[in-house]
Design a protein around this ligand. Structure first.
Ligand code: ZN
Length: 407
């Protein structure tokens, strides 16, 4: 039988509380027990790992990313998903939802089929929780970087066979004001799939209807969504205001230190609380690879850390983003989850427990997975990340197996 693993001499972030001088005992795929050193007996034959004062946290969960570490979730190739899985553990991520983009339905179907097949196999690192379809049901006014050529209205004859054949689909991001989008929301709700408002030009009243028809979440706060506007001299609130106001909606933010300044992240957290918003990377294939020039789907992009003085974050390197070659717009995030957590502590001023919660328990709850992951407790899956005081990952376990160790 496999030896138990004992992580000792760490500060455990459950993340509801801190346990100082803590020990976590892992047996097989799950956590056997945890607690302060004087209350946990380490079996003599266990593999003991002294983490030397580092933090022991649940593994990070990323519910929205299109690629990372050279792998692209939209190609429909297993090799790409494996690259993502293998690389993500270096940033402390233990579970993720590979996310498609607006494209031809045949391509979305191929990518989804590949996710379904690959998630059943043994992976080199982080595990796949299912598929997140971002698009193609979006508003043209709020398309952002989604390809307008493939943006369409939801039709049951298109999405029903897809949902039927691929139970791996766990989340769909769509604009609820489109014809047919409320029926889609109901269908998703019926199947236990998270329906998220995304790339939407909805008015406040349309958001209320969306909630009545199954939508519960709002994709990447402040990106691709309507705000307050004037219609015939009257101010009309949009998705931004509805999300900040309504407790029925949860949301997520790209905390890469480029997409949102600390003031907006604080505004979101002030309104939603750390139980109502999670961190997502929304990353593309260049995430984790460092600065340089890359080809993203035929588009030349530069990955760099340069920030204009008007932004609230100083340019200190380490926080990278992908920009179009002429630097006129962001091409994507290239963030890793450890970077997002670090930014919450460093720039947003959160306590380490709250910062970790945004990347673990909160996203687990959004996908109804908190019985299994997102929290360190006896009986939960041993998805664990150990990181130092600078929030640099040192060790990552997935289902009780060591998948990454800093060299
Ligand atoms: Zn998007």
């Amino acid at each position: 039988m496999k030896k138990m693993i004992a992580l000792k001499n760490g500060t455990i972030l459950t993340p509801l509380r801190k346990i100082y001088n803590g020990v976590v005992l892992v047996k097989g795929e799950t956590i056997k027990t945890l607690g302060p050193a004087d209350q946990v007996t380490i079996p003599p034959d266990a593999e003991v790992i002294d983490v030397r004062g580092a933090y022991i946290s649940p593994g990070f969960i990323d519910l929205h990313l299109h690629g990372a570490w050279g792998g692209d979730a939209t190609t429909g190739l297993e090799e790409d998903l494996r690259k993502m899985s293998e690389g993500l553990v270096r940033g402390g991520t233990t579970a993720f939802l590979p996310t498609t983009l607006s494209g031809p339905l045949t391509q979305i179907t191929k990518a989804t089929a590949c996710i379904q097949e690959t998630m059943a196999k043994k992976l080199p690192g982080a595990k796949i929780l299912g598929a997140h379809l971002e698009g193609p049901y979006f508003s043209m006014e709020q398309k952002g970087a989604q390809n307008p050529k493939y943006i369409i209205n939801p039709q049951p004859e298109d999405y029903l066979p897809l949902l039927e054949k691929y139970p791996c689909i766990k989340r769909v991001s769509a604009a609820p004001e489109l014809p047919g989008a409320l029926e889609l929301g109901q269908e998703l709700k019926r199947r236990g799939i998270v329906a998220a408002i995304a790339h939407s030009n909805a008015t406040y009243q349309e958001v209320l209807q969306a909630i009545e028809n199954g939508y519960t979440h709002v994709t990447h706060m402040y990106s691709g969504m309507s705000g307050v506007r004037r219609i015939q001299a009257y101010r009309v609130s949009g998705v931004v205001e509805a999300t900040l106001l309504l407790d029925e909606l949860t949301t997520e933010m790209i905390g890469d230190g480029h997409h949102l300044p600390p003031s907006l992240m604080r505004l979101i957290i002030k309104n939603k609380g750390v139980d109502g918003v999670c961190l997502v990377s929304d990353a593309m294939a260049a995430a984790g690879l460092g600065p340089g020039t890359y080809d993203l789907g035929g588009l030349e992009v530069v990955v760099e850390s340069a920030i204009p003085a008007v932004f609230e974050i100083p340019n200190e390197g380490r926080n990278y983003v992908a920009k179009l070659a002429d630097r006129s717009a962001f091409a994507a995030s290239v963030a890793t989850m450890d970077q997002l957590v670090r930014n919450m502590v460093k720039y947003v001023g959160l306590d380490i427990l709250d910062a970790v919660k945004l990347a673990t328990l909160t996203p687990a709850r959004f996908q109804h997975l908190e019985q299994e992951i997102g929290i360190l407790a006896a009986g939960k899956k041993a998805d664990i990340t150990v990181f130092d005081q600078e929030i640099v990952p040192q060790l990552t376990l997935v289902n009780g197996e060591i998948k990454y160790r800093a060299g």
